[in-house]
Design a protein around this ligand. Sequence first.
Ligand SMILES: [Zn+2]
Length: 397
Amino acid sequence: MTRNRKKKLAIRAEADGSSHARAARMHTPPPTEILAQDVQTALIGAFRGAGWPVESENFPEGGTWSGWLGPVSSSLSRPGAYDLMADPDDPYHHDLTVVPEVCFISPRIPINSGEKMVVRLPGTTAGPDLVAKVSKELGRARGSETAKLVNDSACALCGDRYPAAHLLPATDSDRLLLCPWCVFDGDILDVHPLRLAFAIDELTSEDMAAPAGWSAVAALLACAGGGALGDRMNEASSFSVALPHWNDPGRLWVWLPASGLPPALEHLRPGTSLSTLVAAVEQAYPDLRDRFRTELAAALDEDEEDEDAGAGREDYLVEELWPAAIVYAVTAAAQALERPAGTSPWHLLSDGFEEGNLADCFEEIGSTLDGHSLGTTFTLSIGVPVIARALGWDPDS
Ligand SMILES: [Zn+2]
């Protein structure tokens, strides 16, 4: 090929390239407007669909759409506005082609503790990707914060060591501070479950390394409260507002370890909701109630020489408390995984569900359940280890 021929070909190729680029520019669609409200709706739907407990306002406040996703809070706004307080979808104050940004933080109320997880993502991120990224970061941050804990105090009853802030009052006393597994012990008198419920909210909202077991205590109180404990808490307090899960236990979030879960729970995320957790356990083991009844019947037969012991026996399973039994089984195992140096949480099975304590608590929270009944005690003390063993954990270890 002659030099001129090569040059001509090169010039033609360049001309073709630029004409293609010009054509492409001519066909590039104008920038798309993205409404923050649509992003918020998709975001909330994605987390709800993934089984997180979710709350969201129906309007942006101060230029920001807020969300509460279990232990995480989200804020969605549009960068680059002159008036940051304006509705992010107001075209007079915002360029609606600027992609909104969503910021996820945990703990959900970081005023005292500082933000331990911050994830910023463009509002164009697909819903499943948002959930996956936040889940992964939340698990990582929880693991990192848990590893830093200094156990500088001891449960007043069992003596297991915890950070002082992780032990809570179950009575009026500020000095009788307990771990999650001791609050329903028979040695605890003059219980004050409404105070404890507010203390659990405060701890779990502000500290993402809080012991998993507090979810179990909250589950038991909320389930026993029959959908009205939040109302009772609000009547009792003039300066604190109960979170929605006290009236709707399914919305409690449960800390799960990032690894080490049995196959039935592997797909769940660190801040999963109680209702999602319970559904996962029951779907994987639909015969759990039968296992409970079989084990209880065997225990009663062992205890009673009476030949009528097995005849006409009542069903002791208290359905209202069954979700709490599931949360106890899972969080005791979770806490053993997350705090391997601590005392085994399974010590709760020896004295952790005492009838007198439970009866006093139930009365204080206005429960219609009878804490003195054998059903309450059996559902918890027999049900929890039955559920744990089904999931592959050994409460006797
Ligand atoms: Zn204790």
